[in-house]
Design a protein around this ligand. Structure first.
Ligand SMILES: Cc1cc2nc3c(=O)[nH]c(=O)nc-3n(C[C@H](O)[C@H](O)[C@H](O)COP(=O)(O)OP(=O)(O)OC[C@H]3O[C@@H](n4cnc5c(N)ncnc54)[C@H](O)[C@@H]3O)c2cc1C
Length: 404
């Protein structure tokens, strides 16, 4: 290993140092626990993701005292969302409420770094360049620690009361533990995205035509993240034309004005995601827990993964602090109560089997689903906030009604 854990025993070892893992570690460290976080990727590196945060995600960052770092990195405030259904536009202003007066879409290079720095400042030990390669168990099968390794693959076992898998969609922790998949979605959408200058966006823009969608998201460095989505079947059928060509062709169909601006610029790096069906895994067992995409993945088409991960990090931290089986069961039921309806409506959107009229009704359903999920946040108290960064009372009083 290039860097070694300082101790041979921790209260909690977390695999994965991005939105789910760094947040969980930060919250646990703030409650006085000895926490180690490992991740094979470098601090501040990018990952496959666009970055639109919803109100719940911004609220969590504000409550935790992390939003200032996101703002200080020049992340533009988003005060309006516009849904374009063909030629019809529906504008939704972001109402100042619950301490949130704007949404943000920080690059992951900004957000993940800010969360890691907050975790470190709270007392967690975060080591990049190390992976969890397996869990260590006792004779009864209970997880008692993590087996870690750096690039040289020489393993080292670190004892822990709890091992948290926050290692994303293809979680090695979930695989090693054998965490059961309890729900599987039916559809997966493919996404291709890049970053462009000169789009001067008035907030988030979501665009839909039958069979296709696009999102235009203002982000750092005066760039817009522009993504297009389609069914995985169409993606596979048309990919032979080339990723760039497919991106430009679809953008021309679904967001022609943006396509005209993009066409005047030098080509940028384009990233593609072929799609993955949503799932819910059992999120805890003896000595282990899963958080973020490792335990719950929903198609990115409804842009909720980060917001959900930030919520679930706090639900899990509460369970770990409680420490009893019923606390972990409460984590599971709160996560599932929020996740299941969102997974269902997201799956219907990801099917691309809709008319624009049906899609509008799905978006209304999504809004109601977000309202229900938000009620979970109303039960969170301010233990997450460091005293010196405590959010104003109205930020903690999260009786919110999400519209976006
Ligand atoms: C194309 C695309 C677009 C998206 N757009 C949005 C959006 O606009 N808004 C939104 O909210 N969400 C979006 N999402 C979803 C969002 O990216 C995820 O929900 C979010 O990244 C989940 O965070 P996480 O911390 O659980 O996992 P990740 O961000 O995937 O981080 C997992 C970390 O675990 C590390 N890791 C992997 N294996 C190990 C191991 N063995 N040991 C230790 N560490 C390990 C990885 O290196 C990684 O750093 C999008 C996703 C995709 C694919």
């Amino acid at each position: 290993m290039r860097a070694r854990p300082e101790k041979s025993r921790y209260d909690v070892v977390v695999a994965g140092a991005r939105v789910a893992g760094a947040s969980t570690a930060m919250l646990l460290a703030r409650r006085g626990m000895r926490v180690l976080v490992v991740d094979p990727t470098p601090l501040g590196s990018d990952t496959l993701s666009t970055h639109a945060l919803m109100r719940g995600g911004v609220l969590q960052l504000a409550r935790w005292g992390v939003l200032d770092a996101v703002r200080a990195a020049g992340t533009p405030a988003v005060r309006r969302t516009t849904f374009h259904y063909g030629a019809d536009a529906v504008r939704v202003d972001i109402k100042p409420r619950d301490g949130v007066d704007a949404l943000y879409a920080p690059r992951r290079t900004v957000l993940d770094r800010a969360l890691v720095e907050a975790a470190r400042a709270s007392g967690a030990e975060v080591i990049h360049g190390i992976s969890l390669i397996d869990v260590a168990r006792d004779a009864s099968g209970r997880v008692r620690g993590a087996i870690l390794a750096g690039p040289d693959r020489s393993p080292r076992t670190v004892a822990a009361d709890l091992v948290v898998g926050a290692d994303g969609l293809r979680s090695n922790t979930a695989r090693r533990i054998g965490a059961e998949v309890e729900h599987q979605a039916s559809h997966a959408a493919a996404t291709i995205y890049g970053y462009w200058a000169g789009l001067s966006l008035d907030g988030y823009q979501w665009r839909y035509v039958p069979g296709l969608s696009a999102g235009l998201i203002p982000t750092n460095e005066d760039r817009a993240c522009v993504f297009i989505s389609m069914s995985e079947e169409r993606f596979r059928r048309q990919l032979p034309m080339g990723l760039h060509e497919l991106y430009y062709a679809v953008l021309g169909e679904v967001a022609p004005e943006a396509s005209d601006i993009v066409a005047t610029q030098d080509p940028v790096q384009i990233r593609g995601f072929a799609g993955h069906r949503g799932f819910l895994r059992r999120p805890w067992g003896p000595g282990w827990a899963l958080v973020g995409d490792a335990g719950y993945f929903r198609d990115p088409i409804t842009a909720h993964g980060i917001t959900d991960a930030l919520r679930d990090a706090e639900l899990l931290a509460n369970a770990v602090e409680g420490g009893r089986e019923e606390d972990f069961e409460a984590y599971r039921s709160a996560r599932d109560a929020a996740a299941r309806p969102l997974l269902e409506v997201t799956d219907r959107v990801a099917s691309f089997d809709w008319t624009l009229e049906v899609l509008q009704s799905l978006h209304l359903e999504l809004s109601r689903t977000m309202n229900d999920a938000a009620k979970i946040l109303t039960r969170l108290d301010d233990r997450a906030s460091p005293a010196h960064l405590a959010a104003p009372a109205e930020a903690i009083d999260a009786r919110m009604a999400f519209t976006v």
